[in-house]
Design a protein around this ligand. Structure first.
Ligand SMILES: NC(=O)C1=CN([C@@H]2O[C@H](COP(=O)(O)OP(=O)(O)OC[C@H]3O[C@@H](n4cnc5c(N)ncnc54)[C@H](OP(=O)(O)O)[C@@H]3O)[C@@H](O)[C@H]2O)C=CC1
Ligand SMILES: O=C(CO)COP(=O)(O)O
Length: 316
């Protein structure tokens, strides 16, 4: 039985995908009234167009998860540690589905999981996938990172479905950072498009953003080829080019000077965390710097453009 913690858009989508593939799924959300209502109306507010199959059990009682040997953790990254430290659970495997870096510790999702659930095998899934696409059963491919390759093989076959194809790697850090850092670049691309800077500027930001990802992630132990896979390049391509992305939408609002959306946007905190990691490892990340300044309101788009274009000319 699979347990999903977090009944937001992604947790709900994954639960629906697993249920359609024949699994029994316990879907846990923190709000008692919302989960009780989901029991009756078979819908959840963050993915309102999607019906919950009968094999999903929506619940707000953590005790219902004790029978699950695999837990999927689908809450925003900055909430993961708080959530896990209050959980009396010991699943065999705990698979994070969050994209980010914990700001207070600069740890990635699996390190947070390992700290809070020391008896569980930590893993991460990440890659190009909008929740709505997964829930509708559209074809999707994701990276599954697990340092324990035997457990990774088990998870790969347990969690792949006829529409969700998982590719396995032991490069957990690469999978985590690919998914986290692409959100920062998506904000930059959104800001460029929102400010009317054009498609060429977007392509430049995506490419030079990828260069930043390829500098920071290997400094932290990732393999460059992981960053060139689903959880790096693949997700960068999706998120930087679609208004469905909440990170891109935040950038659009910043660039277009319109009200900022309130939805979950992992890239804002990740920009800050990435800069701290970059400083620690002596890595240059100029696009990430301007994104942090734009999000924090310390720079305008004009300042950001000037900052990026005035840098010393260099080799590619
Ligand atoms: N949406 C997508 O297309 C994709 C999302 N992801 C990743 O999945 C993660 C979750 O995002 P997503 O589901 O989209 O976000 P949503 O904003 O849709 O949902 C977040 C959910 O987390 C719950 N939550 C927040 N804090 C806590 C907490 N402390 N304890 C328990 N539950 C909590 C919220 O509960 P409440 O409703 O009560 O506030 C909400 O149900 C992110 O890291 C995101 O990057 C990855 C791939 C695709
Ligand atoms: O990570 C995602 C797609 O892979 C979802 O992107 P947003 O969080 O920007 O909506």
């Amino acid at each position: 039985m699979i347990g999903v913690l977090g009944a937001g858009a992604f947790g709900t989508a994954l639960a629906v995908c697993f249920a359609k593939a024949g699994h029994s799924v316990v879907l846990w959300g923190r709000d008692v009234a919302t989960m009780a209502r989901a029991h009756d109306i078979r819908r959840l507010p963050r993915l309102p167009d999607v019906m919950l199959p009968a094999s999903i059990m929506p619940t707000a009682d953590v005790g219902d998860l004790t029978r699950c040997d695999v837990l999927i953790l689908a809450v925003p990254m900055q909430q993961l540690n708080t959530l896990l430290s209050s959980l009396p659970l010991h699943p065999r495997c705990a698979v994070a589905a969050c994209k980010g870096v914990d700001l207070s510790t600069l740890r990635g999702p699996t390190e947070v999981v390992a700290g809070a659930l020391p008896d569980s095998i930590p893993a991460i899934i990440s890659g190009p996938s909008f929740a709505a696409d997964i829930a509708r059963g559209l074809p999707t491919a994701l990276s599954l990172g697990c340092a324990d390759d035997a457990a990774g093989q088990h998870l790969q076959s347990a969690l792949s479905t006829p529409t969700l194809r998982l590719y396995r790697t032991t490069d957990v850090v690469g999978v985590e950072l690919g998914g986290a850092l692409k959100n920062v670049i998506a904000i930059a691309c959104g800001a460029a498009i929102g400010a009317g800077l054009g498609e060429s500027a977007r392509a430049a930001l995506m490419t030079r953003g990828m260069a930043e990802m390829l500098r920071l992630a290997p400094a932290l132990g990732a393999r460059p080829e992981t960053l060139m896979g689903l959880s790096g390049l693949g997700d960068l391509a999706l998120t930087c080019a679609s208004t469905q992305s909440r990170n891109f939408a935040l950038g659009l609002a910043i660039g277009g000077n319109t009200p900022r959306p309130t939805a979950t946007t992992e890239g804002a905190a990740t920009a800050e965390a990435a800069l701290r990691l970059a400083a620690r490892h002596g890595v240059e990340m100029p696009i990430t710097e301007v994104v942090a300044a734009l999000v924090g309101g310390q720079a305008s788009v004009e300042d950001a453009v000037r900052h990026l274009l005035d840098r010393d000319l260099t080799e590619e």
